[in-house]
Ligand binder design. Sequence first.
Ligand code: PLP
Length: 353
Amino acid sequence: MTSVLPLARPEIAALEPYSHARWEPSLERLHANENPWRAPGDATLGGLNRYPEPQPHELLERLARLYGVDPAQVLAGRGSDEGIDLLVRGFCRAGQDSVLICPPTFGMYKVAARIQGAGVVEVPLDPDRGFALDETRLWSAWHPGIKLVFLCTPNNPTGSSLDPAVIERVLRRLDGRSIVVVDEAYVEFTAVDSLAGRLGEFPNLAVLRTLSKAYALAGARCGAVLAAPEIIGLLRRMIPPYALSVATIEAVLAATTPEGLEEACRRVGLLLDERERLRGRLEALPGVRRVYPSNANFLLVGFHDAGRALDAGIRRHLLVRDVRGQAGLGDCLRITIGTPDQNDRLAAALEAA
Ligand SMILES: *Cc1c(COP(=O)(O)O)cnc(C)c1O
């Protein structure tokens, strides 16, 4: 196995992390300057007056089981957004290193890089090949200052998936040279296996997973980085000790019981049916130029007049995402699949326009 630690910022690899209050649930807590009484309205099990357990055991074990990995391969944070931020800060030296992204894609990669003072190298996806990765352009753009390569599959906002064989080639070729961050925020909506199952083969792989989409917990803020213990250990030095609130931890544990997972799975099926039903209605509209194939819980739709479609939705109190500002998506809106009633009302609004 090639070590990836030489890719990390040396000062982070050497960082002495904050020493948090000991976590000893069997002892009464007079060591953390907490308030001994609960706040009014506190309905949590553990009590919001208490600091949460840092990287909570039970949560890490639950996520590890959910994703089919070892707890030492899991970092739990405030959404995958925090994972993105930690990866960029852990690997990119300000003013020197860069990340590589493949637009049109999720906006946070670039923002996190800019905040860190890292460069952003863009290798656009190929719209003429279903937004496939352009490997020729990738290899001519890659240089040793690129510490992170972000690949989003299924991709936001296109809904397209990358060819797993291509991702594998990128991982192998960048072994020991760049961390390949595969953002699988929407993988639950596909039939494709998560790359999490292959962490043992790829020391330079980091998979991002989130509870925000398929598990209906966007408001709880919980996501995970799945990677070799070496990478997870580095990120754990950097994450604030009490990143996950007591309320978040309890919400995730409650939603990921066997019954909770069964319900999530049923709803994913319903959203996929609704997505194809909405696709059918939109494809029949003269104002729609194209409904792109999707492997996620949204549709990318090209309109002859996207502004008019956006306004038609808003007039019926339905907001969809304007993605016209993104490279190559000049006439597109991104429509999140809602309840059957919401999808009906959106289709009716667009039909009337
Ligand atoms: C929604 C989304 C996420 C999830 O972000 P959280 O911070 O976990 O809510 C991550 N990546 C992509 C591509 C997304 O669309």
